[in-house]
Write a protein that binds this ligand. Structure first.
Ligand code: GLN
Length: 548
């Protein structure tokens, strides 16, 4: 039988429930359990696919093509286990299912109501995780206790636990214990109040994880235990970590949070094996081979969450090469106003990520031209690949005005054009080319060398593609098409011959990178970017021993 852990949040949003869920999943899996994670979002969008990254951060794509919350990225990176369509659902999805059933006449004349119909639907989406190969399901309830929109979810999990009992379902509440500078102390009252809100709904948390800037003292734990009705040894802290989010599981393990969870779920507490993780952390925090500076040129730069998986994958690539990655985050519009020479000077590598729409696109194209002409390693992803094609068409092939039809429908040279299968699409939600597809790599290419295999599978999220009418012309000028769909029709990877490392892909490699298993393209990109270069002392760094 699958056991459940329900994680709720209190006091404020952005407590790091996703990271905590992912960390617990890692620890439980390292104690021999098969864990599946799920994120529930209380907003009305059916999924985050149609939301701006400024609203929501990155849209994370699963291998089976779900457009999901970025927390699922943490889940996959921490556990190495892939999420699926069941791993994320929203209020919008719940209502869509219920209303569709109502229209089909399946409620047989009944009045359809939040309780029981919406709550039943929520519970059936949670129950979808129950499976022979899932020992423990962790469901993270998005939002904060007290939000009107979270109420049906809280009522649903209250009922769920009532049915399965305490030894099969746990309530874990995350709260904030703020430090008041003026008073010089940590304050437990907000946590008490947030647990109070849960109690009015009928949920009494079994354990607390308290986010804090300073360690809890015994007196704080005692207060929290007494007023929140939680056993003293089930009040845990999650202090801000110093260097890396990947420290969180190690910090939780020091307090035995995972072991206590297993005891409460009546499951044997097997030994915890984390050696590879702590080794990885050591290299990540104290790399032996210096630094590399990577420019990320995008249009949602102000919000770090918008490119979450990209920054993580760069970090993984850095630690695999034993170097620290510094990001230079660049608004592509700033390049349009100030030029590449000032903004990109001195960077070791340039990355242009995916995106939509025309804002800042010319800045991205200029950055790519700068990388190409100055032999700076370049990695382009999705729109980044499309921009690389436009840049090459305009500046090398002389196709002035070359563009993607996403931006200029009347361009004289539509080098990037809508995919055939997209022409009849009218709805925007969930209709892109989504999820995993195979790709064949050309012999001798950077991509083939990086992956070390001729065929790969990668995740996609796009409507536009390289226009094959221009393949020959661009090939003649030195662009190589080194990754193609198995039928040879879709261009998935491009490279430029006479350049040290210029690779761009239509897919999103960042979604498959994990700290223990850096993605080959990111690993190779960082390796190329940290190639022999002059350090301040004037001596060249020998990179021949860099781990691959
Ligand atoms: N807007 C482009 C397309 O739809 C690129 C998408 C992306 O970068 N994810 O094809």
């Amino acid at each position: 039988m699958t056991k459940h852990i329900f994680i709720t949040g209190g006091v404020v949003s952005s407590l790091g429930k996703g990271l905590t869920s992912a960390s617990l999943a890692l620890l439980l899996s390292r104690r021999g359990y098969r864990v599946k994670l799920q994120k529930v979002d209380p907003y009305l969008n059916v999924d985050p696919g149609t939301m701006s990254p400024f609203q929501h951060g990155e849209v994370y794509v699963t291998e089976d093509g779900a457009e999901t919350d970025l927390d699922l990225g943490h889940y996959e990176r921490f556990t190495g286990v892939n999420c699926t369509q069941e791993s994320n659902f929203t209020t919008g999805r719940v209502y869509q299912n219920v209303i569709a059933r109502e229209r089909e006449g399946q409620y047989l004349g009944k009045t359809v109501q939040v309780i029981p119909h919406i709550t039943d639907e929520i519970n059936s989406l949670i129950r979808a995780l129950d499976a022979d190969d899932v020992d423990i399901a962790i469901t993270e309830i998005g939002g904060t206790a007290g939000d009107i929109e979270s109420l049906p979810f809280l009522e649903a999990i209250r009922q769920y636990r009532q049915e399965i009992g305490r030894s099969n379902g746990l309530f874990l509440h995350m709260t904030l214990v703020p430090y008041l500078q003026a008073a010089g102390e940590l304050k437990t009252k907000p946590s008490q109040q947030s647990v109070g809100i849960l109690r009015t709904i009928g949920i009494s948390p079994d354990m607390l994880i308290c986010r804090c800037e300073h360690s809890l003292l015994d007196e704080h734990r005692q207060k929290l235990a007494l007023f929140c009705n939680v056993e003293l040894d089930l009040v845990f802290e999650e202090k801000d970590v110093d260097h890396s989010i990947y420290e969180v599981p190690v910090e939780l393990a020091k307090q035995n949070v995972d072991a206590r969870i297993l005891e409460m779920l009546d499951l044997p507490v097997n030994a915890l094996e984390m050696n590879d993780w702590t080794r990885m952390l050591e290299t990540l925090i104290h790399p032996a081979s210096g630094k590399v500076e990577i420019a990320v040129v995008g249009k949602y730069i102000g919000l770090q969450d918008a490119y979450k998986s990209i920054y993580e994958a760069l970090t993984h690539g850095g630690s695999a090469n034993d170097v620290k990655v510094d990001y230079r985050m660049i608004e592509s519009e700033d390049i349009e106003s100030d030029g590449c020479d000032t903004i990109l000077k001195g960077v070791d590598g340039i990355l242009v990520p995916g995106g939509f729409g025309d804002r800042g696109i010319e800045g991205k194209i200029s950055a790519i031209q700068y990388a190409r002409e100055n032999d700076i390693p370049f990695l382009g992803i999705c729109l980044g690949m499309q921009c690389a094609v436009m840049e090459f068409a305009r500046n090398v092939c002389g196709l002035s005005g070359a563009n993607t039809t996403e931006i200029d429908e009347h361009t004289p040279h539509p080098v990037i054009d809508l995919m055939e299968e997209q022409r009849a699409v009218t709805d925007m939600g969930g209709t892109m080319r989504l999820g995993t597809y195979l790709c064949k790599l050309g012999d001798g290419s950077h991509a083939a060398r990086a992956y070390g295999m001729p065929e790969i599978s990668e995740r996609h999220r796009h409507r536009y593609e390289f226009n094959n009418a221009y393949r020959e012309q661009m090939q003649q000028k030195g662009m190589t098409f080194t990754g193609l769909s198995p039928d040879g029709n879709l261009v998935e990877v491009i490279e430029i011959k006479d350049h040290p490392w210029f690779v761009a892909c239509q897919f999103h490699p960042e979604f498959q990178s994990t700290p223990l298993n850096a993605h080959p393209l990111f690993l190779d990109f960082i390796k190329a970017s940290s190639g022999p270069r002059i350090v301040e002392t004037g001596s060249a760094i020998d990179r021949s021993a860099v781990r691959h």
